[in-house]
Design a binder for this molecule. Sequence first.
Ligand SMILES: Nc1nc2c(ncn2[C@@H]2O[C@H](COP(=O)(O)OP(=O)(O)OP(=O)(O)O)[C@@H](O)[C@H]2O)c(=O)[nH]1
Ligand SMILES: [Mg+2]
Length: 401
Amino acid sequence: MLVGVVGKPNVGKSTFFAAATLKDVPIADYPFTTIKANVGIAHIVTECVHGEMGVKDTPRNSICVNGKRLIPVKIVDVAGLVEGASAGKGLGNQFLDDLRQADALIQVVDASGSTDLEGRKVPAGTHDPLRDIEMVEHEFDLWMFGILKRDWEKATRSLEQAGGKIVEHLAERLSGLSVTFADVEQVLLRLRFRTEKPSQWTDDQIMQLVVETRKLTKPSLLAANKADLPTSPPNIRRLKDTGREVIPCASEAELLLRRAAEHGLVGYTPGDPKFSVREEQKLSAPQANALRLVDERVMKVFGGTGVQDAVNRAFFDLLKAIVVFPVEDETKLTDREGRVLPDAFVLKGGATALDLARTVHSELAEGFLYAVDARTGMRLAADHVLKNRDIVKIVSSGKRG
Ligand SMILES: Nc1nc2c(ncn2[C@@H]2O[C@H](COP(=O)(O)OP(=O)(O)OP(=O)(O)O)[C@@H](O)[C@H]2O)c(=O)[nH]1
Ligand SMILES: [Mg+2]
């Protein structure tokens, strides 16, 4: 699963990305700072199961901090998107190509209204961020529309003559965008288009198809960034009034806190509503002042920086992801080497016991016999749908079983 960080230029996408991954990427106060996409590892946070199970864990693929399990996930930060990008303006289509594999999007918005539609600086509060959302989504749609319209008439006519299925044609055209056959089928069912005569579909209909496909296959939430600035709160309210999922974010504050925590200057776990200063005497005056501002303008107002919340919600809400703990000994909750609850895997919502086996190791899946729910001791079949925080042993005839 991959989540893309998108938006117009200069809204703080790379700052958000850097705060979520602690990867050093270019950040600057002008448009098109990012040219090449940045891929990095963020973490999603869930209550660890070790407390509930009364054991002390020894994590391997993830981290356990203060009872919370932090599990690695992939995110990508792309170049800024401007009006006309789908037709090559700005950095053009390239960033859209970088989003092909994304399963969900975090759309970063400059809630302070201090950058225009193209990302240039303007006096704070003078630009309406609601316009940016429409622009970004419309460009995305135009791009997908362009992919479908490429020799549409020729392709659909020959399809009709050969008795082929439009679902297959569409799924094939969009397969590079992480769109499946089942996705297209679902969209067409909802739209009730005449599937036997696609050559007669109007451009409006094809656009409708695109919009529905985007909503289904690239669900998104809004990260209302630069929330620390005084012009942001009214815009955040207006963004929320649209009915969209909006998370006030202060990416710069999160970056500051995570870096300070890395150096042991503050106590802070991503997602916490507050932080504590550890080594007051080691802070320079500007550092101390910056931390005071973060406390006053972000933590006390929004109850956190929002960055971790946005990453969590992209996976848990948009993708309905679940975290599952595989073990080899279902009573001791250990792996072969005796590590307690070593791994936590992120799976797509609806994932089965067999999907978990596949994720752990292909051999486990090939020889899959059954799984065991470590909490209840019950046997689970291959098609058993797993829940968030399940602890599961897989029994397999494969070498690793
Ligand atoms: N006040 C404030 N400024 C921020 C915040 N996040 C980012 N910025 C500033 O916004 C400017 C743009 O940040 P970037 O992260 O480079 O923005 P971007 O969206 O990646 O920009 P492009 O790559 O050019 O599209 C920088 O000056 C950041 O310091 C925030 O939470 N609050
Ligand atoms: Mg950038």
